[in-house]
Each structure stands twice: as structure tokens, then as C-alpha cells.
Design a protein around this ligand. Structure first.
Ligand code: BG6
Length: 469
């Protein structure tokens, strides 16, 4: 088995990083509207013009043009998120905002008309601000039912055309950044690991509840989980390092396991003991968790090398997942490890564990793109580094497919340049389409095809044969 016409080659974006129009057509504020510096903070009291996400890449007004560009690349799937606060501005209204529904209806119709399969993430780092301020986000159980109401509205309005759904983006990131992933405004330093597990529990129950609602609404809907994945490598064969890698892997698997098996894994005992977790879990929670997902999705940017005693090694960078410097892999200009084989490893790892279909929800290379001009004065971007990165990762997907792993799609992150999540900057670009927006907020917002645009198109058109040319 290798790539077929059914393989969903595509791209991924998220509402808060591309839409802009942060206060148009009745949209309420989300935490992102106060996060001009990304996860590093500090938050502002109100939306400030230097927050690049307020305008994003202007997808809200340019989605038609963008979808045409995706269609021109022969893209087969677009993973995008629905901003909760565009549908329920405070998260607490009884009735949804019609203008918000209208916008996503138009986006979905445009995708379908262009033969592009829509895949929707219900929560991608964009908790409504009101819920963050009033309840400290997912610290409160209240959010479970509010999120379920939002999700139900989405299934009822879009479920006739959207078959693929994801509940929470990178749900395991709640342990690292309760603000970004769970809308918790209390400073991270005040939130113990025990509490983070409780916050994550609320989200996991919500995820299962929403899966139940989707399946009851239409049993053909496919709901997946989504985690930030990385292959965890021990720095040395020292058993201490090997066990450290195992334990770090389990911290991530905790999230995948409950989504796939409907209960927490046996090793949660160790995790809870280490972090003094006394989980508040009701009988009703346990019953809801039984509603398991149809597929597993994950982001994969790099592998993570770990050791029991990290102090004696050099560290490597990374957007959210950071490990030690691995001497056997290359590094990007941001000092992120580049490890295509780690993707092969992760694909095998999850397929072996759970046997469910896999979808690569994000992969890509963040890089500054030097702008050049050709003889006719046209803007060109020769992003060979991005082509190399994507080629090598897709070759590993092909390798896993040939081995028998059931992976049904690959979404290249930020396929049209957008604002980054961790640092809220625009210079670290991921797209095959360049957007003229600069870090000082200037720029025409016009779109330009990079060299990678035509390359990706050929890869898709040839079902991967072009990877070998
Ligand atoms: C993932 C997120 O962690 O990584 C995306 O799901 C994010 O939202 C992507 O944009 C790349 O990270 P960054 O910080 O470079 O934007």
C-alpha cells in the first residue's frame, strides 16, 4: 500500500491564527485577543493593535481566494477550526450567533464546491474570554456542558457536509500551558500539576461527551482526538534515560489512551502518585469517557531527546515540545530538531498500540522566507528548505503505509502563512502560500505562491511519485 487517490493530502489552519476580524459580525473575544506575545505573555487588558492575531492573515475576508489557491494545489483536505466565540460570543448564550454560522457555512460550501474535504477542530487554543475570566477556563466543570452545546450546534449546522471532526487541538498541552490550551488565566506558576490533571480531566470528559453527541446525531460522523506528539528518545542507553523516555511517552499516551479505550491507562497510577493527583472523577464521568474516538490525530514537528539528568546536556529548541540536543539529527534555523524518521516511529507506535486509523493533523517547517524578485519584478520565494522538510517527512509516511500502517491523511501546518501560536509572530512562516504581512503589522495581505506550492501540487497529483524525483 502506498499513497492512493483516497489519501487526504492537505493543509491545516486555526481560526485564531488566520481569520482576523476579531470583533466583526458579533464575534466575542477569545483569550487570543489578549495574547499579543503568545504563550510567553503577558496578556493585555484589552485587544491591542500590536496583537497580530486581530487581523491574522485576513482569512475571514479572503477565504474564497484562499480556497481557490488550495484547490489550485489539488489539496484534498483542509483542517480548520471554528472559533467558539464566533458561534457563542460569551460561550453562555442560549442561541448561536447567526452571522458566525453563516461564515462557516460559506467556508464549508466553498471547500465542498472545490472538492476539498473539510475537517473541523472544535477547540484550537481559543477559549472564549468570558469563560476564561468568569470560570478560569477549564478549571471549572461548567465548561463541559457549554462546550457540548457549542459542539452540538456545529454538528447540527455543518454535519451534513463535515464528516471529520477533532475535539481539542493538542489536548496534552494543557499540562504545559493551562492558559493556551485550557483558557486558565491564573498564572501557570500557581497551577500545580495535580490541578492541571484535573483541568485536563474536564476537557477529556468534554471530548468524550462531544464524541457521543456526534455519533448520536449521525453515526457516520468520524470524531478524532488530537495530541502534540513526538518520538521520545533516550539520550543514552543508560537504563535511567530509557525509563525517562518511557515515562515521558506515557505522559502523552495518557491522553491518547483514554480517548481510544474509554478509561485512564494503568500507568495513570504512577502519574497521579508522582504529582499528588487526587482526581475528582464521578461515576457519570466514567460512563461518558466510554465514548471513544474513531481515529487518532496528532501534530508532529520533531522528536524529543530526554535524559534522567538533563543538566549535563545541551538543550534544543522547539515550539512547544523541547528536549535535549540530539547529535544525530539536523537542526532548523530556529534550532528545532528535524527528524523525519521520528514521524515514521510515531505512526508505527500509535498504530501498534490502538489499531485505529491515523491522521497527521500538523507537520511543517517554520522558517523565515527571504523575498526575492524575478526579472519581471514578480515576488518569488525559493523555499527549498521547506520542500526538503516536507519531502522527507512524506517519504516516511509512505514508508509507514507500505509497512501496513493505516494513515489516511497528512495536513501541512499553516499551508497559507499565518500567525504563530507560541510566539504570536508572523516571520516564522510555514506556508506554501506567502502572505504579505510583516511583524510591524504592515503589508498588503496579498497572497503569493512560493516554490513549494507547485512542488506540493505535483506530489498530490502524482500520489507521491514526485517525492522521488
Ligand atoms: C502546534 C499548534 O503546536 O504548532 C499550532 O497546534 C501552531 O497552533 C503550530 O501554530 C506551530 O507552532 P508555532 O508556535 O510555530 O506557531
Amino acid at each position: 500500500m502506498t499513497f492512493t487517490n483516497e489519501f487526504l493530502f492537505g493543509g491545516a489552519i486555526a481560526a485564531n491564527q488566520c481569520e482576523g476580524a476579531y470583533n466583526e459580525d458579533g464575534k466575542g473575544l477569545s483569550i487570543q485577543d489578549l495574547m499579543p506575545n503568545g504563550v510567553r505573555g503577558p496578556l493585555t487588558e484589552k485587544p491591542e493593535p500590536h496583537n497580530l492575531k486581530l487581523v491574522g492573515n485576513d482569512f475571514y475576508h479572503r477565504y474564497k481566494e484562499d480556497i481557490q489557491l488550495l484547490a489550485g494545489m489539488k489539496v484534498r483536505v483542509l483542517r480548520f477550526s471554528i472559533a467558539w466565540s464566533r458561534i457563542y460570543p460569551t460561550g453562555e448564550e442560549d442561541q448561536p450567533n447567526q452571522k458566525g454560522l453563516e461564515f462557516y457555512n460559506q467556508v464549508i460550501n466553498e471547500l465542498v464546491a472545490n472538492g476539498i474535504t473539510p475537517m473541523v477542530t472544535l477547540s484550537h487554543y481559543e477559549t472564549p474570554l468570558n469563560l476564561a475570566q468568569k470560570y478560569d477556563g477549564w478549571r471549572s466543570r461548567k465548561l463541559i456542558d457549554l462546550f457540548a452545546k457549542f459542539a452540538k450546534t456545529c454538528f447540527e449546522n455543518f454535519g451534513d457536509r463535515v464528516k471529520y471532526w477533532l475535539t481539542f487541538n493538542e489536548i496534552n498541552v494543557t499540562l504545559l500551558s493551562p492558559l493556551l490550551s485550557a483558557g486558565v488565566l491564573t498564572d501557570k506558576s500557581q497551577i500545580s500539576m495535580a490541578e492541571r490533571y484535573q483541568i485536563a480531566h474536564h476537557q477529556l470528559v468534554a471530548s468524550a461527551k462531544v464524541t457521543k453527541i456526534a455519533h448520536e446525531y449521525d453515526s457516520t460522523l468520524k470524531v478524532g482526538c488530537m495530541v502534540a506528539a513526538s518520538a521520545k528518545y533516550p539520550m543514552t542507553p543508560n537504563p535511567d534515560d530509557v525509563i525517562e523516555a518511557l515515562h515521558q511517552q506515557q505522559e502523552l499516551d495518557y491522553f491518547v489512551h483514554v480517548h481510544c479505550k474509554g478509561e485512564y491507562p494503568y500507568f495513570s497510577k504512577r502519574l497521579y502518585a508522582e504529582h499528588d493527583v487526587e482526581l475528582d472523577i464521578t461515576e457519570e464521568d466514567k460512563a461518558i469517557l466510554k465514548h471513544t474516538v474513531d481515529y487518532i490525530s496528532f501534530s508532529y514537528y520533531n522528536s524529543k531527546t530526554v535524559a534522567k539528568d538533563e543538566s549535563q546536556y545541551q538543550t534544543a529548541a522547539g515550539n512547544i515540545l523541547r528536549g535535549l540536543r540530539n547529535p544525530y539529527v539536523k537542526y532548523s534555523e530556529y534550532d528545532y530538531p528535524i527528524d523525519p524518521q521520528g514521524l515514521y516511529y510515531v505512526l508505527h507506535y500509535y498504530y501498534k498500540q490502538y489499531g485505529l486509523p491515523l491522521f497527521i493533523a500538523e507537520n511543517g517547517m517554520g522558517h523565515k522566507d527571504p523575498v526575492e524578485y524575478d526579472d519581471q519584478g514578480h515576488l518569488v520565494i525559493n523555499d527549498d528548505y521547506r520542500i526538503d522538510f516536507t519531502r522527507e517527512h512524506l517519504k516516511q509516511v509512505e514508508r509507514a503505509l507500505k509497512d501496513g500502517v493505516n494513515v489516511f491523511g497528512y495536513a501541512s501546518w499553516g499551508i497559507i502563512d499565518l500567525i504563530s501560536a507560541a510566539t504570536a509572530e508572523v516571520d516564522k512562516r510555514y506556508g506554501f502560500v506567502y502572505v504579505d504581512r510583516q511583524s510591524d503589522g504592515s503589508g498588503t495581505l496579498n497572497r503569493y505562491k512560493k516554490k513549494s506550492y507547485d512542488w506540493y501540487k505535483k506530489v498530490i497529483e502524482t500520489n507521491g511519485a514526485h517525492l522521488h524525483q
